[in-house]
Design a binder for this molecule. Structure first.
Ligand SMILES: Cc1cc2nc3c(=O)[nH]c(=O)nc-3n(C[C@H](O)[C@H](O)[C@H](O)COP(=O)(O)O)c2cc1C
Length: 351
């Protein structure tokens, strides 16, 4: 491991200036039930620069719960490896961070989750209602580990004035390496529109790099979000579910890479331009599905429950959804399931 600032600079670039059209890193959002290891590797292959695990309960990790450690699984090809933890107990948070530190490149802390099962233990976004406790929790973690610590939050709880800006300043003072802000409050959950101008105010107020999150769905919204916020990077969540190709599409749309260099275009080079938009969509999704299976085989093996969730998402909106359900429920083995979805996306599935 490299020392201090040098080590840091390998994974977290300093705050950039105003956005001038140049590439900025794209993050796959941590998403429970979505951001599993093969999906993170797939998103990277599609153009994401940074990925983060789904959030994991720090108290469960300290009790060595196998299910929770499963979520923290990485692979030598995943660089940087960024596990995300949540919890209401500062001691457990610090202990879990310490347990993860030997394998993690960065540890990310969740202060954004609105789910009642999380907020009722005063973790996730609920901690934003207790900013002093939040900051001292992060301080305790930073004291205990020598890997960079980052934090993801919302604008506030939605009760009273938003306090993300104040919290970010305090987190900067104690050495938090990067901040990510989702432009909604806890109360809003996912309703309304993400408020990027409030993210801009935070970007302007701190020297720590700030990643903007919320409602980035494609190249046009990515451009708008960077223009409004000037953020150090963009994080994409729902826009990447079933469509990790969004990362490459954003890069092409913003002129950061060539269409011909997208791996699913390369793989279909002979007839890409003759395909209809729906034909291109099938081809892109098939490439992604096959790659998901390949990464699964290389790492955790085929996981039927994970495959089911992704199969539904990968085929959403495509004609022939009934066939997908038949494949999912009729396949005798995970391998047959994988093959069946791939054939469907190749347009070869039979009635
Ligand atoms: C299914 C799902 C699971 C999520 N799980 C997490 C999580 O584990 N940790 C976290 O910090 N945020 C989680 N989020 C929030 C996202 O990371 C992100 O902040 C939010 O979806 C807003 O970004 P978007 O508009 O690009 O989707 C989750 C969101 C969704 C839709």
């Amino acid at each position: 491991m490299l020392e201090g600032g040098l080590w840091l600079s390998h994974h977290i670039a300093a705050k950039p200036g105003a956005w001038d059209g140049e590439p900025r890193p794209l993050f796959l959002a941590p998403m429970a039930g979505v951001s599993d290891l093969p999906f993170r590797l797939l998103s990277k292959a599609c153009g994401a620069d940074v990925t983060i695990t789904e959030f994991t309960n720090s108290t469960a990790l300290t009790r060595e719960a196998a299910v929770s450690w499963r979520k923290m699984e990485s692979h030598e090809t995943e660089v940087p490896f960024i596990p995300q933890i949540f919890g209401g107990d500062p001691g457990d948070m610090a202990t879990a961070a310490e347990m993860l530190a030997p394998t993690a490149d960065i540890i990310d802390l969740n202060f954004g989750c609105p789910a009642p099962k999380v907020t009722k233990i005063c973790a996730g976004a609920a901690l934003m209602g207790e900013p002093d406790n939040l900051v001292s929790m992060v301080d305790g973690i930073i004291q205990r580990v020598d890997v960079p610590v980052t934090a993801k939050m919302r604008l506030g709880t939605g009760q009273g004035a938003n306090n993300a800006l104040d919290i970010c300043k305090s987190l900067e003072d104690i050495g938090t390496a990067r901040l990510c802000v989702h432009g909604r409050t806890l109360r809003q959950r996912y309703s309304g529109e993400a408020d990027w101008s409030s993210i801009k105010a935070i970007v302007d107020a701190v020297e720590t790099p700030v990643v903007a999150n919320g409602d980035v769905m494609d190249a046009a919204s990515a451009k708008d979000c960077l223009e409004v916020t000037g953020a150090a990077g963009l994080m994409v969540g729902r826009g990447a579910i079933g469509r990790p190709s969004v990362f490459g599409e954003i890069k092409v749309g913003l002129g950061w890479m060539e269409l011909e260099d997208l791996p699913w275009v390369k793989a279909n080079a002979e007839d890409w331009y003759e395909r209809s938009p729906i034909g291109q969509s099938f081809a892109a999704r098939r490439w992604c599905w096959d790659k998901y299976i390949e990464f699964s085989n290389q790492t955790v093996g085929l996981q039927p429950r994970w495959m089911q969730r992704h199969a539904v998402a990968f085929t959403k909106g495509l004609p022939g959804g009934k066939k997908v359900r038949a494949v999912m429920h009729g396949a005798p083995t995970p391998e047959a399931f994988a093959e069946g979805i791939s054939s469907f996306l190749a347009g070869e599935a039979t009635e």
